[in-house]
Design a protein around this ligand. Structure first.
Ligand code: TYD
Length: 203
């Protein structure tokens, strides 16, 4: 048996696939239905997560492995920080909805670092629910460009193709305990949100 975090819902996908939108929509719906939840994301907005973003924005230059370590340190802190760690909230039965988790590290850092090394850094329990918002690379790039934001390290076509390949490899060998759902990211955001709610709440 692999260790699992009951009540942890994770959204994964390429940049521009719509994970952040779905994390927010699900949290809004839970609030409306008076279901206790916490919406959160990685990299976090805490000190280690801010370091990660500084690397992505090229304010800090480091190596791919150091970046992988920072993502993992941010995750460790996100889970177990004595003040805001999500592990204690999960234990209390709160639904924690997280935009990105270990699979982002394995898929993204796996492009430039040895996969075994990234796996070693990410020995965290798997989520109970894993949603992959499956949006084609071309569409993701179109959305990223239409946002007009400054292009971060990862907003590159070829890179995203490699990330997608890594994701697919991961999803073909998930622990049995993880409830995995692939969602067609070309649907409207409302249709995606409905599909997610149906998967979670109508078992
Ligand atoms: P995110 O905040 O989801 O993107 P955005 O700034 O568009 O909201 O994530 C920032 C980037 O970090 C994104 O390209 C995915 C990448 N990432 C990793 O490479 N490894 C990780 O472990 C995580 C959590 C994110």
């Amino acid at each position: 048996m692999s260790p699992i975090f009951e009540n942890l819902v994770v959204f994964e996908g390429l940049d521009g696939s719509g994970t952040t939108t779905q994390m927010q929509l699900l949290a809004e719906r839970c609030d409306k239905d008076l279901r206790a939840c916490r919406a959160t994301f990685e990299p976090t907005d805490k000190p280690i997560g801010r370091l990660v973003r500084a690397v992505l924005q090229k304010q800090i230059v480091t190596t791919p492995l150091a970046l992988a370590m920072l993502y993992a340190a941010d995750r460790e802190d996100h889970l177990y920080n004595p003040i805001y760690g999500m592990a204690s909230e999960l234990k209390e039965g709160k639904l924690v909805i997280c935009d990105r988790y270990i699979y982002s590290s394995l898929a993204y850092q796996g492009v430039e670092c040895p996969l075994e090394k990234v796996q070693e850094l990410n020995q965290f329990p798997a989520p109970q629910y894993l949603f992959f918002i499956d949006t084609p690379v071309e569409e993701c790039i179109r959305r990223i460009e239409s946002r007009g934001g400054n292009s971060e390290l990862f907003d590159r076509h070829e890179f995203l193709e490699q990330v997608k390949t890594n994701y697919e490899r991961l999803f073909s060998s998930l622990p049995q305990e993880v409830k995995f759902f692939r969602i067609d990211g070309m649907q409207s955001k409302e249709a995606i949100a409905l599909e997610i709610r149906n998967a979670l709440f109508t078992e």
